[in-house]
Each structure stands twice: as C-alpha cells, then as structure tokens.
Design a protein around this ligand. Structure first.
Ligand code: ADP
Length: 422
C-alpha cells in the first residue's frame, strides 16, 4: 500500500477541491484533517493533507508543511503536490513562497513550477498574469481581501517577492507546443539559475500538455487545476471506480450554517418541496436556551420519514442584526458550536448520510464528529463530493458526509445530494 501522489493543501475546502479533481481524473483519494498521527489505513492513489496554513505566520506554515511532507514520505509518496488557492492568496511574507522553498530544500530539488491556473473555475494565467474570470486578479475584488490583498496580477513578480530563488516563466507559446517543448524550456530555465517557474495555462488542454512534463518533478506547486494532468503519469485513467464509496444507508439529514446567497436559495428550495425544516435562532443560543437539544427532539420522530434540515441560514440583514447584538465572531462561534452539536446528535441518533452547508460550519462539524480522514467519492455538484468517513460519534463506524462551502451547488442541492447516493 503505497501512495503515488502526496498532497499538502493550505486550507480545508481547497483540499477537497483538489481531491475532487484527482478522483475525477481516476485516482482514489483520501483527505486527512491535519497531519495524521497514525499511518494511512486505506489503499488509495493520492492523499491530501489539509492544513490551515494559508494565513498563519510563515515559520508556522513551514513547520506544518514539513510535518505533512514527512508523513507523506513515510506513506511512500512518489511525488509531492503543494496546493494553494486559485487566486494565489498570499502576502509578500508568504506563505506560498516560503513553503515552496522549504519543501524544495527538504526534497533536495532545485526546480519546480507554480501555477494557480484552473480554467474550469475561470482562473487562467497568460504571460504570467493571473485572470479571475474576465479581469486581472487585482481588478477582481481580490485587491480588497482582508487578509491577503492581491494588488499585482503578475505572478512572476508576486512569487519573486516571496522567495530567494529566481523566478521565471514558461509562457503560453511554449505550453501550446506540448510536453517536449515544456521540458526544453525547463532545461533552459534551470541553466539560467531559475528555481521556480510560473506556467501559463488558459484551458484544460494546456494542463493536459503540462502534465507529462512534470512526471519526474519531485515537487509540483499549483492550484487544483494541474492535478487533472498528473494521474496519467502513473498510468491512471479516469474511471468511476475511483469514486466508489461503501454503500450508503441509515437516516438522512442536512445542517446548514452558511448564509450565502446560494445556501439561502437551497434552504428555501428544500422547504418549498415539503422537506421538514427547523430554523435555529442565534439570539436563543445567546440567551442560554439549549437549542441543540430542542432541535434533536424535533428531528427524532421525523428522521424515519426522510431527510430533515436544521439551519441557521438567514439573509444578510438578519445576519447583520444578530452580529450587531452579539458581535461577529461571537455569533459565528456560537452558531458553529450549536450546529456541530446538532450534527453529532443526529449521527448518534442514526443519521449516516449528512450534508453540511458552510465552510467554517463544516470544519466545526468534522471536528465534533471526530473525523480524521475522508475518502472522496463522486461529486454532487462541481467542487462538492460525497465522502465516507469514520466518526468517533458512532464508535469509529462509517458514515457518508458532504461538505458544501458557501456558494457551491444548485438550488436543489440538498435533495439532489441524497438522490445521487440513493
Ligand atoms: P460559508 O461557506 O457560506 O461562508 P461558513 O460556515 O463558512 O459559511 O460561515 C458562516 C458563518 O456565519 C459561521 O461562522 C456561522 O456560524 C455564522 N452564522 C450562521 N448563521 C448565522 C446567523 N443566523 N447569524 C449570524 N451568524 C451566523
């Protein structure tokens, strides 16, 4: 049991996004929450270690990433993939540059690539400039990001500010000519002392041409897009077997703490189609009411009949008013804790197919359920796969869980999710 591709992702939903791409390209994949304490106990082609290292101090991000590297090496990983955001979220301090450099040092490799290109998600790189949709990165709204404002779309410059290694470019003209032209360009860049090359890619075809040129590279750094071109290097082709999960059974439920526009529509759609739904009120939680017990009492008699929904999802004005009274962080933390307790209670009451809406909410639920590893299945909608995981809440037995962040999924996502694993 030896892993082919060992991946280190700098955040949780980014890890799922990468896992999803690898599974669609034919690799059986497991995502771990943090660096596991024990060896891998599944027979898979790829492991994605999900860290929360995007915006922490660079030294800490390096330490965690090296920890992940050592664990992946111990599982036999033949190639390492450092995954970051498709908008290259970072500051001049890092963490993309410093982590890349530390991984290169640890692996003893003198050259790697860096590209967040993910054309399926409208992230393209041309002449080294990153586009988000139709506009340059620094005109996309990312220039105003609270933690990682991206004010320059030129990734050669952005990367150069973060690393001591010389940064170069493998541009579109080269990529368009295919793998051997890319290999020649890499040899040329190396001879010029370049250690990291930004790579242009505007289509999936570009990524498929890039893949073979990366076959011998100990370290690849990228968004999740580059992943589609790598499995073929290991003789792996897309197949539905890669996404096979154990058969789903047990009761079904949705918990939602996301207040995004998409989730608001999904909650409304579930209610309109006659699904039993209970709204929980953050002000009641703040007043000391045991909202979780009440919700579980409400759900218990309904679960046998079909999926139930418990949600704090609310529109922007309701959320603002709650935040005004409780504080933004306090309201968020309180609701996350409550929804996580409800998720655990539901699983203890027999729920084995659970959909969670909300990125932070998902993190809280996964933690409350004592989940350490997720086996990645077929996608329900782009970026949201069903997963199978062992949970502490049921003595280590397995359950199916889908973690949907913010704006993902069509309006009928909740019913579609259950239909897709029925
Ligand atoms: P998304 O993926 O849509 O961003 P998250 O779960 O990451 O969803 O974030 C939503 C945040 O809003 C969480 O911290 C959650 O606890 C909080 N929250 C949920 N419902 C409410 C509400 N009704 N009022 C205030 N905050 C809420």
């Amino acid at each position: 049991m030896s892993v082919l591709l060992g991946c280190i992702a700098d955040d949780f939903t980014g890890a799922t996004d990468l896992a999803n791409n690898l599974v669609r390209a034919g690799m059986r994949a497991v995502q771990t929450i943090g660096v596991p304490a024990a060896p891998l106990d599944a027979d898979v082609d790829a492991v994605i270690v999900a860290l929360k290292s995007r915006t922490i101090a660079p030294e800490e991000a390096i330490a965690q990433s090296l920890d992940a590297l050592r664990w992946l090496q111990a599982q036999g990983a033949k190639q390492i993939y450092f995954k970051y955001c498709s908008t290259f979220d970072s500051t001049p301090k890092g963490n993309i540059g410093p982590v890349t450099e530390a991984l290169m040092d640890a692996l003893g490799c003198d050259f790697t690539i860096a590209t967040p290109a993910f054309p399926d998600n409208k992230r393209t790189v041309f002449k080294g400039y990153l586009f988000a949709g139709d506009v340059l990165l620094n005109e996309s709204g990312m220039q105003n990001h609270p933690l990682t404002p991206m004010t320059d779309a030129n990734l050669v410059r952005v990367m150069q500010a973060q690393t001591r290694r010389k940064v170069g470019l493998i541009d579109y003209m080269t990529v368009a000519r295919g793998a051997s032209a890319i290999r020649e360009r890499i040899a040329q860049l190396r001879s010029e002392g370049v250690g990291v090359a930004i790579v242009d890619a505007v289509s999936n075809d570009d990524l498929m041409r890039l893949g073979p040129a990366l076959a011998d590279m100990p370290l690849v750094t990228a968004g999740s897009g580059v992943a589609i071109g790598l499995p073929a290097n290991f003789g792996i082709a897309p197949s539905s077997a890669a996404s096979a999960l154990p058969k789903a059974d047990g009761l079904r439920a949705v918990v939602s703490g996301s207040c995004s526009l998409a989730t608001n529509r999904q909650v409304a759609d579930f209610i309109a189609s006659g699904g039993p739904a209970l709204a929980i009120d953050p002000l009641q939680i703040a007043a000391g009411v045991d909202v979780a017990s009440q919700a579980l009492g409400w759900a218990a008699p309904l679960l046998e009949r079909g999926p139930v929904l418990v949600y704090s999802t609310a529109d922007a004005s309701a959320v603002k008013s709650v935040q005004g009274r409780l504080g933004v962080d306090e309201a968020g933390a309180m609701v996350e804790r409550t929804i996580a307790a409800i998720a655990r209670g539901l699983v203890e009451r027999g729920v084995r197919q659970l959909v969670v809406a909300g990125g932070e909410t998902s993190g809280a639920c996964v933690q409350a359920l004592g989940i350490a590893q997720l086996q990645i299945g077929a996608q329900i909608d782009p970026g949201v796969p069903w997963c199978h995981a062992r949970s502490d809440a049921v003595g280590g037995a397995g359950l199916h869980i889908a973690l949907k962040s913010g704006n993902f999924g069509t309006d009928d996502f909740f019913s579609k999710a259950f239909e897709s694993i029925a």
